[in-house]
Design a protein around this ligand. Structure first.
Ligand SMILES: [Zn+2]
Length: 169
């Protein structure tokens, strides 16, 4: 399970760089959607139920239909979609759940072996959706992730506090 901090920072940064200033409100308010797919950890069918391509697609379609709320739906689609993509690079997701029950994965990595050789991996494809995924064993957040999230939370508190003080000036 990858870091929630990565799931939060990557799309947030992308949206803050590309987004318009008047959309910042939505970008911050919808941020929890970036980790929402991991709620399926607590049910069953982890990396499948909420980790598929259809949820961002439905959000995009909704934005296409409901024009006045388009920005909101597009941002929501980016948050949920980025989660699915990042997980695809980190073990894999059942991308086409419930239509096709295989894990779609991408593995591109560069490692240093004990003999100081560079090991370059480039692999992608479909794999069996095993019991380990289904039952979501393992970390919900690892220690580095918790530290990073505490840091982000502190930054948000500072931002809110600063705005409040500036608001009173
Ligand atoms: Zn996930």
């Amino acid at each position: 399970m990858p870091n929630w901090a990565i799931h939060l920072i990557v799309p947030l940064l992308a949206l803050l760089i590309t987004g318009k200033k008047e959309d910042y409100k939505y970008i911050l308010l919808l941020l929890p959607l970036a980790i929402l797919p991991d709620l399926d950890t607590f049910v069953t069918q982890h990396r499948a139920l909420l980790h598929n391509i259809f949820i961002p697609l439905i959000l995009l379609a909704s934005g296409w239909i409901i024009r006045e709320k388009r920005t909101l739906f597009v941002i929501a689609a980016i948050y949920t979609g980025s989660h699915v993509i990042l997980d695809m690079f980190s073990g894999g997701v059942v991308l086409f759940y419930p239509l096709y029950d295989k894990i779609t994965y991408v593995d591109i990595s560069l490692r240093m072996s004990q003999a100081n050789d560079l090991i370059w991996t480039f692999d992608y494809g479909f794999a069996e959706y095993g019991k380990n995924w289904m039952n979501a064993y393992g970390y919900i957040t690892d220690s580095a992730g918790t530290g990073a999230m505490a840091f982000i939370l502190l930054a948000v508190i500072c931002a809110v506090y600063r705005n409040r003080i500036m608001g009173h000036e």
